[in-house]
Design a binder for this molecule. Structure first.
Ligand code: 5GP
Length: 198
């Protein structure tokens, strides 16, 4: 695998046990992932680092590692992020070490990240399975995102603009799941994650 120098892929081999779940903000990715983890704790979920402020009920080290801009800059400079992106005014990234450790151990690993991050993973970690979570309709996505009540109206607007871009990129993914029912999507996602690797 000398065609990928410096990416870490040499030591890991193709990231066959890595699943990337992406899709527009508000589509329900975290809810699906939470249900999946509750039912199948053997699927290891990467905890991202972010400069976004915690929402009510979020705990440092559980939903995210919360940091400031300087802390995020330091992680980038030290090469500690597998991928990172700016999304709706904040930065988000995947800590590299734990993901590589789990993949080396052969565990199924799940990343829940935005489109820009998914594209970086596709470049740097060939073999990952890329799954797109789509809303049942645009109107439903608007309803969920605005109805969540956790973001200011201008942030909701920013996220809806990002959602248009993300929805247009659906064809880049290996599979699409439509989030009509959390339980069903969770079953479908699990079947993809645990499918025998070829
Ligand atoms: P939220 O602020 O709603 O928790 O997340 C906003 C967006 O950032 C979501 O689409 C989420 O999937 C994405 N995101 C979360 N963690 C990461 C990460 O580590 N990297 C990237 N690229 N996106 C992330």
């Amino acid at each position: 695998m000398s065609e990928n120098p410096g990416t870490g892929v040499d030591q890991l081999g193709p990231a066959k046990r890595l699943t990337v779940l992406s899709g527009p903000s508000g589509v329900g990715k975290s809810t699906v992932v939470k249900e999946l983890r509750a039912r199948h704790p053997e699927v290891w979920l990467s905890v991202s680092v972010t400069t976004r402020a915690p929402r009510p009920g979020e705990t440092d080290g559980v939903e995210y590692y919360f940091t400031d801009d300087a802390g995020f800059d330091r992680m980038i400079a030290a090469g500690e992020l597998l991928e990172w992106a700016e999304f709706a005014g904040n930065r988000y990234g995947t800590p590299r070490g734990p993901v590589e450790e789990r993949l080396r151990a052969g565990d199924p690993v799940l990343l829940e990240i935005d489109l820009q991050g998914a594209r970086q993973v596709r470049q740097n970690m060939p073999g990952a399975l890329h799954v797109f979570l789509a809303p049942p309709s645009w109107d439903e996505l608007v309803r969920r995102l605005a109805g969540r009540g956790t973001e200011a109206p201008e942030v909701v607007q920013q996220r809806l603009e990002a959602a248009r871009v993300e929805l247009a990129a659906e064809k880049e993914f290996d599979a699409t799941l439509v989030n009509t029912s959390v339980r069903e999507v969770c079953n479908e996602l699990l079947a993809l994650i645990l499918a025998p690797q070829v």
